[in-house]
Write a protein that binds this ligand. Structure first.
Ligand code: NDP
Length: 448
């Protein structure tokens, strides 16, 4: 609940203007709640309309994406790009291809991205995009034609110093490759206009692993700072089985923890011995199969048909890595009952506000997405640096920079929480730390 009258008015106006955009309003409210002490300490934010400007995207593009399926039929999807905030650098944020994509989801992701990118310490503004296209079940040819059509519109809005998209749900190396090829053809330019590229054409080593690895580095910092513990020996429940989930599980195993689950929208696998990464990659990355295939082929693994029940599996740490609002109050209660000590968000906004409230009230450590999954975009930032230099760093160099960045992200969130009287509340700290840098840049750049 907002107590500050200025923020109440701003949120009231946003609710009127963006009526029906529930994910976007959810993300805005969470940030405004955290910013109350900051706004109260410095009245210039109100005078300069910083919050009103921060929640209104600089630009929102919606467009038609026509393409031809394998039977020769013309299909039409809806594409989006939101260029949310460029105060601290070119817009940067992924593209999501999933049937659920709509304006609200793209705006919530772009809004969050602004704070996340600020936290990484790298000069990147916030953006996001995507389409309500489902790559699942489509042939490579269909995916390529869709990607080419999508790029045929957004190429005029992006560029290495303007807006640099990357992957997200449904957009991996294959899709980024097709979009890069089309951009290059249209512009006759070989530039770092997308990140998450293949290694043979400007991609960075460790970008594929970065979000999952980074989430583990962040969780390790949080456990160590707030509880004097580490991930070693911890049982970890992971949801999702895509890019973030896979590399989160891989790093957990390297750190001596035991990831015991993965899931998709059809169900979850519980693997008491610990997830077999090679098998998971074979099924998900090579065969583009399902978690049910993993459970069927892994001796001893069990399969449950309700993906939400993944959070009923007893664990010390939970890392939701699938999608927004997948972990609700019921899931939070189950985790608390089973003695969870930390929840760290690999996905964007996977915990509902009710779940977060319950976890914080129960004293569970909470790593918010903006901070915990910032490793992906941070490494995209490193890919941009390498592209500008026309140079590539080794896997170890990128991984070690990622590790350093995640420590800094944690530290700045923890310090901001302390400074504003909320020590240990990493959610509030991440929102505040992310905001302060963007807010200062907006003040300095005048009314734009
Ligand atoms: P992928 O497409 O690689 O994997 C997504 C996974 O989530 C799949 O297992 C998918 O299952 C599952 N999923 C998607 N939608 C739902 C749903 N409605 N209900 C249950 N499960 C669902 O995506 P990523 O791993 O890249 O992204 C996962 C999350 O991490 C997203 O929130 C994304 O925004 C966030 N993120 C990703 C980053 C990256 O670098 N890739 C960076 C920072 C955040 P199914 O196959 O059944 O759809």
């Amino acid at each position: 609940m907002l107590k500050n009258t200025y923020l109440q008015e701003v949120y009231g106006e946003a609710s009127r203007r963006s009526a029906g955009e529930k994910e976007f309003l959810q993300a805005v409210l969470e940030v405004l709640e955290s910013l109350e002490p900051v706004i109260e300490r410095d009245p210039s934010y109100e005078k300069l309309g910083i919050i009103e400007r921060l929640i209104e995207p600089e630009r929102f593009i919606q467009f038609r994406v026509p393409w031809v399926d394998d039977s020769g039929k013309v299909r039409v999807n809806r594409g989006y790009r939101v260029q949310f905030n460029s105060a601290i650098g070119p817009y940067k944020g992924g593209l999501r291809f999933h049937p659920s994509v709509n304006a609200s989801i793209i705006k919530f992701l772009g809004f969050e991205q602004t704070f996340k990118n600020s936290l990484t310490t790298l000069p990147m503004g916030g953006g996001k995009g995507g389409a309500d296209f489902d790559p699942k079940g489509k042939s490579d040819g269909e995916v390529m034609r869709f990607c080419q059509s999508f790029m045929s519109e957004i190429f005029r809005h992006i560029g290495p110093d303007t807006d640099v998209p990357a992957g997200d749900i449904g957009v991996g190396g294959r899709e980024v490759g097709f979009m890069f090829g089309q951009y290059k053809r249209l512009k006759n330019e070989f530039t770092g206009v997308l990140t998450g590229k293949g290694l043979s054409f400007g991609g960075s080593l460790a970008r594929t692993e970065a979000t999952g690895y980074g989430a583990c580095y962040f969780t390790e910092e949080m456990l160590s700072h707030l509880k004097g513990e580490s991930l070693k020996g911890k049982r970890v429940v992971i949801s999702g089985s895509g890019n973030v989930a896979t590399y989160c599980a891989e790093k957990l195993l390297q750190l001596g923890a035991l990831p015991v689950t993965v899931s998709d929208s059809s169900g979850y696998a519980y693997d008491e011995k610990g997830i077999d990464i090679a098998l998971l990659k074979q099924i998900k990355e090579v065969e583009r199969g399902r978690v049910s295939d993993y459970a069927a082929r892994r001796p001893g693994a069990k399969y449950g048909e309700n993906c939400r029940e993944v959070f009923t599996v007893p664990c010390d740490v939970a890392m939701p890595c699938a999608t927004q609002n997948e972990l609700d109050e019921t899931s939070a209660e189950a985790l608390i009952k089973n003695g969870v000590i930390a929840v760290s968000e690999g996905a964007n906004m996977p915990c509902t506000p009710g779940a977060v409230e319950k976890l914080l009230a129960a004293g569970v450590l909470f790593g918010p997405a903006k901070a915990a999954n910032a490793g992906g975009v941070a490494t995209s930032g490193l890919e941009m640096s390498q592209n500008s230099q026309r140079y590539s760093w080794s896997f170890e160099e990128v991984d070690s920079k990622l590790h350093d960045i995640m420590k800094k992200v944690y530290r700045s969130a923890a310090e901001a929480a302390e400074e504003y009287g909320m020590a240990g509340n990493i959610l509030a700290g991440a929102n505040i730390a992310g905001f302060l840098k963007v807010g200062a840049a907006m003040k300095a750049q005048g009314i734009v």
